[in-house]
Design a protein around this ligand. Structure first.
Ligand code: SF4
Length: 434
């Protein structure tokens, strides 16, 4: 079935989304379907992805470009969809790195290969999201709620899976919860209020599914923060499923999610308007309104989970987190994930995390800059273990490297001065409680 948005560039097309994170891409595709735009996640990446992506890139591009290009070509060369019926959702940015070139580069490759009819949509607020037609406002709100709901389920999965006593039970419960949530996002409902109630109902069911997973929380595991380049840290194929590997090595992970990046872009937008003295403009009014409604929706969805995330709270205002980077990188003069990764590492330290992994594509400038400041940051944070990992799509065995990191993490956990607040049901071992 094609899109039902008549008169728009998406008419008769299916929109495909790069598979940044499993939950993220599925819920966003569901939000698009809820307003009548046929949408699908790109299929999971595999070895064919790397062969196709590698064949049509020079080696100088970053891994996320290679993975996304390979996934798009896989769908086209295998005849899953014709070029004329495909649209690709490719966000863009005018930031300091190569990301802004991905869209034009992919368009060029597709043209050269005879797939020039593929529509590449790069949503921006400047064009009023014209590609999604008259439903833009509804879609933006639905997509935000969908994203937050998906992230809350993922957060609960990461809090549950390391403690499960029946292997695979947490993943099975999560998949069921996510299916249920995607169905709730997709069914449009009569009005925003009813849609919200439907989402909350689904999240309550998902929460119960994950609570019912047989688990033993009697010994808290060391908590490892996962920061870094957004695609690489969230795409399990690109990072060789690093979260699961940390869990296998005895840890529990707290991963920075997509909404953190969106809060950052909202904050940057408001800061730029202030810098250019556009305080009293419609644009500023719109940006503040968006900020208000996004917070309201986030609070409402979060409330479904009660105190499940006690000790794992994200900051109420991303600007407070960004300030934490100040001794190392100036928030006013640094752009992108390097700022977020450094700031979040300090934040995680204050929340009692026992170590941080910064995940990046090989040669990513964000990882390179963060890596330069981590030794000083670590000294300032009582020797918190911080390790930068780079990925280039080759499958290296990192168990040895992670085992050493986890030894440092356990050592730090035993001597650290910042006490971590534990969620209900998790107890501090008697010797460590004080
Ligand atoms: S953030 Fe890093 S990986 Fe992503 S485009 Fe920029 S340099 Fe490349």
């Amino acid at each position: 079935m094609g899109a039902t948005v008549s008169g728009s560039p998406l008419s008769g097309k299916t929109v495909y989304f790069p598979a940044m994170s499993e939950a993220g891409v599925r819920v966003i595709a569901s939000a698009f379907r809820s307003v009548g735009i046929e949408s699908e996640p790109l299929p999971p990446s595999d070895e064919e992805t790397m062969i196709l992506g590698g064949r049509h890139s020079s080696g100088e591009e970053c891994l996320p470009l290679k993975v996304t290009l390979g996934d798009v070509l896989k769908v086209l060369v295998n005849g899953k969809v014709s070029a004329g019926r495909m649209a690709l959702f490719m966000p863009t940015s005018d930031g300091p790195c190569r990301f802004g070139q991905y869209g034009p580069y992919i368009k060029g490759v597709l043209r050269e290969m005879g797939f020039g009819e593929v529509t590449v949509i790069s949503p921006t607020c400047e064009d009023g999201y014209s590609g999604v037609g008259e439903h833009a406002d509804e879609l933006i709100r639905s997509a935000w709620r969908a994203l937050i709901g998906g992230e809350l389920l993922t957060k609960l999965l990461l809090r549950t899976r390391p403690y499960e006593t029946a292997k695979g039970a947490a993943d099975a419960a999560y998949r069921e919860a996510l299916d249920d949530f995607c169905a709730a996002v997709e069914s449009r409902g009569k009005n925003p209020k009813e849609r919200m109630e439907r989402l909350k109902g689904s999240l309550a069911r998902g929460r119960k599914m994950l609570h019912d997973v047989p688990a033993d929380y009697s010994v808290p595991r060391p908590l490892v923060g996962i920061v870094g380049e957004i695609f690489c840290r969230l795409n399990t194929f690109s990072n060789d499923d690093v979260v699961r590997k940390v869990e296998e090595a005895g840890g529990e992970c707290w991963i920075s999610d997509v909404s953190e990046w969106l809060w950052y872009t909202n904050a940057s937008h408001i800061r730029m308007l202030k810098r250019f003295r556009r305080h009293l403009t419609l644009e500023m009014f719109g940006a503040k309104l968006k900020w208000h409604f996004q917070h309201k929706d986030e609070r409402e969805l979060h409330a479904v989970f009660g105190d499940d995330f006690r000790g794992y709270e994200e900051a109420h205002d991303i600007r407070e987190v960004l300030e934490l980077a100040r001794p190392y990188l100036l928030p006013e003069g640094t752009l992108g994930e390097m700022l977020l990764s450094v700031a979040k590492t300090v934040y995680l330290h204050r929340k009692g995390a026992d170590g941080v992994l910064d995940i990046n594509p090989f040669s990513c400038m964000n990882g390179i800059v963060s890596e330069a400041v981590y030794p000083r940051l670590s000294r300032d944070c009582d020797g918190l273990p911080v390790r930068v990992l780079y990925f280039d799509g080759t499958r290296a065995d990192r168990r040895y490297e992670l085992d050493i990191f986890m030894d440092l993490v356990r050592d730090y956990a035993a001597r650290k001065r910042t006490v971590r607040v534990l969620p209900p049901g998790m107890r501090r071992p008697a010797a460590a409680s004080a």
